[in-house]
Design a protein. Structure first.
Length: 339
């Protein structure tokens, strides 16, 4: 039996089977962080779905229930943030194994509801079913954005700066530490790495700030690793990109963990995934204004890590050498399960 191709190939296959021209009210379908639907009054409806599967995205042995509930919200809200939108409503579908303890489910739901409240999202429905093979959480989040503020993955131009928010690779490092049985209590110097994996934060405020700045041309969230996500943005925009390894924002604790574990921190930064910061392109002459705007708003650190090019693909420049890095991030069908 022929094995499944890459996740990207499957999505492209699905996309190719759809009729040309879309449907009435559809502004943007497959190919972005959210589907975009027309709405009255100059607003657009945003819709996104993400699914978390036991044994693929998390392990009940070390992912606390309430943090898993929070993460299920954050990874979906992050897609809304990537379009510059405001999250509004959520649907929750649960596949529950019969062996799951009621107290554990209570903790999961408490974390889920608390995270919804923090992001201003209301749960309006969903589904619950029995699962014969582990816990499954599938969440749909609906949001909105003004038609003149929405940001897509397409729109970047050659010469634009490539930017990221926050630090790269922390979640991937945290996953490796959790998977290795490392205890990371609050006072541990590597605790931020564990927290980045277990309890990510969606950058809604930053997404809104960038969307209303008039300086950003394309944007998406960082969920599969910089190499893969930047390749997606470049493909949709019809550009290439060059990334300077020396400009990648790496936290001190990540560098320390990499040294002690004998790992190259660039592997986590480029291919680890689940950072849930924002990746965006902006004109080169907007750099100073962007940094000042985000700093004055109290946002996270943003870093210019490279430039868009007139070619195709993503090239990393490291210690004077170039190598192609596109699509080196996590893939559900061609790589191992994360936990």
């Amino acid at each position: 039996m022929k094995s499944l191709p890459s996740e990207r190939s499957i999505i492209d296959d699905i996309r190719s089977r759809l009729p040309d021209g879309g449907a009435a009210g559809l502004v943007r379908g497959i190919g972005d962080d959210c589907a975009v639907l027309a709405r009255a009054g100059g607003l657009l409806e945003l819709a996104t779905t993400d699914t978390l599967v036991e044994g693929v995205h998390f392990d009940l042995a070390w992912h606390p229930a309430h943090l898993l509930g929070r993460k299920a919200v954050a990874v979906n809200v992050s897609d809304i943030a990537a379009m510059g939108g405001i999250p509004r409503f959520a649907l929750l579908a649960l596949g529950l194994p019969a062996t799951l303890a009621k107290a554990w489910l209570d903790d999961l739901l408490a974390g889920f509801i608390a995270a919804l409240a923090e992001y201003g999202v209301v749960l309006v429905g969903g589904d619950t079913v029995r699962s014969p093979a582990g816990l499954v959480l599938s969440v749909t989040v609906l949001g909105e954005v003004a038609a003149d503020e929405v940001l897509y993955r397409h729109g970047a131009s050659p010469g634009d700066g490539v930017w990221v928010s926050g630090c790269l690779g922390a979640a991937a490092a945290g996953l490796e530490l959790c998977r290795g049985g490392r205890a990371l209590p609050a006072g541990h110097p590597w605790a931020p790495l564990g927290r980045a994996h277990l309890d990510p934060v969606a950058q809604v405020r930053l997404g809104r700030l960038l969307a209303t700045s008039g300086m950003v041309r394309a944007m998406m969230d960082l969920s599969d690793g910089l190499a893969t996500d930047l390749a997606h943005l470049c493909k949709e925009s019809g550009v290439g990109a060059e990334v300077d390894a020396a400009c990648l924002p790496l936290a001190d604790e990540l560098r320390q963990a990499a040294r002690e574990l004998g790992r190259d921190p660039l592997d986590w930064a480029l291919a680890g995934g689940e950072d849930y910061g924002l990746l965006f392109a902006a004109p080169a002459d907007a750099a100073e204004k962007l940094v000042r705007l985000v700093a004055e708003a109290g946002g996270p650190v943003i870093s210019r890590v490279g430039y868009c090019t007139a070619g195709s693909g993503v090239v990393l420049v490291h210690q004077g050498r170039e190598r192609h890095i596109a699509y080196q991030g996590y893939d559900h069908f061609t790589g191992p399960a994360r936990p």
